[in-house]
Write a protein that binds this ligand. Structure first.
Ligand code: FRU
Length: 325
């Protein structure tokens, strides 16, 4: 028994040190070999450009495999509609379900139900309330939040000396990326006595117009705002517009997340946002992992997508590479 525990600890350490955990703990799902497969993709909403890019990248990847029939459903930003979409996939007995859940709690039971029906489920971008699914693919939102926090500290005077009033605008509070983006950021600014968070948590539901209202309210209440940290670029831009309408945009730094070239990176290059942090869409990777499963290969329980900082030092270069400058 003791030897087994020691072996397990050594194995886990090896996985951690070699950053090999994905392969060490690979999972396997029983999928029947067939000539044609159906993949059902349940998207939370298509109201934001990031979601449209996500769907586009997913479709481009799926088109590479003639053996796939892809069903895409739009949850219309409504958890009940999204539950019905997954129910439809279960009754059609699709071979794999991909889902990017609007919120964790409401979508967890139906994903668990799909797993009980032996349909593997790959969860994309936003997580669920339990781990009863085949694989999760997404960016490390805690790391993104921490990186944004470190960036804010640097721009507000540096470690131990930073000073400034901050407005944080949350994405959907019931969604895991918003929770992690908040806690990562909070971790980075916690030690800075000179940084003050001006407003209590406010749910911007990832939307530009809601963020505009939250910011307009904050601008009315506070004469000095130094930095806005919004959980995505559309909300950072909404906050920028609110400040611009009051002639105060030049005094404030705006940080967002996503870094879509035609959106966040363009806004950084125009000088509207100070920085954005890359949050890749998991569309293409979702299809690649589903294909592995369908071919009978083992897949990792967790795939983490990389991030990077985009500010005035590299925005133009990225836009050029994307043919947008
Ligand atoms: C799009 C979006 C992105 C954000 C992601 C978080 O719906 O709001 O802007 O990064 O969802 O899940």
């Amino acid at each position: 028994m003791k030897r087994r525990i020691v072996l397990m600890v050594v194995f886990s350490l090896f996985c951690m040190i070699t950053k090999f955990e994905n392969n060490c703990f690979a999972v396997d799902a029983k999928v029947e070999t067939k000539a044609k497969y159906t993949i059902g993709f349940s998207q939370a909403t298509i109201t934001e450009p990031w979601r449209l890019l996500f769907n586009k990248e997913l479709r481009i990847e799926a088109d590479k495999y003639p053996e796939i029939e892809l069903l895409v459903r739009d949850g219309l930003d409504d958890a009940q509609k999204q539950i019905a979409d997954v129910e439809e996939f279960i009754s059609r007995k699709v071979d794999v379900i991909l889902i990017s859940p609007k919120v964790a709690q409401d979508l967890t039971p139906v994903v668990n139900k799909a797993m009980d029906h032996n349909i593997p489920v790959i969860v994309l971008d936003r997580d669920l309330s339990n781990k009863k699914y085949t694989q999760f693919i997404g960016g490390d939102n805690k790391l993104i939040g921490r990186t944004a926090g470190e960036y804010a500290v640097k721009r507000l005077g540096g470690k131990g000396k930073a000073k400034g009033n901050i407005v944080e605008i949350w994405g959907g509070m019931a969604a895991t990326p918003a929770q992690d983006r908040h806690s990562g950021f909070a971790e980075s600014i916690r030690q800075e006595k000179g940084i003050k968070n001006l407003i209590p948590p406010k749910d911007g539901d990832w939307k530009q117009d809601l963020a505009y209202d939250i910011m307009a309210d904050a601008l009315e209440k506070f004469d000095k705002i130094d930095l806005v940290y919004a959980h995505n670029d559309p909300m950072a831009y909404g906050a920028f517009l609110a400040a611009k309408d009051m002639g105060r945009e030049k005094e404030i730094m705006f940080l967002g997340i996503d870094a879509i070239p035609a959106e966040g990176i363009k806004w950084v290059n125009q000088g509207n946002l100070t920085a954005t942090f890359l949050y890749m869409t998991p569309g293409a990777e979702g299809i690649r992992q589903a294909m592995k499963l369908l071919k009978g290969e083992k897949i990792a329980p967790n795939v983490v997508l990389p991030t990077m900082v985009i500010d005035s030092t590299n925005a133009a270069e990225i836009l050029k590479k994307n043919g947008l400058l």
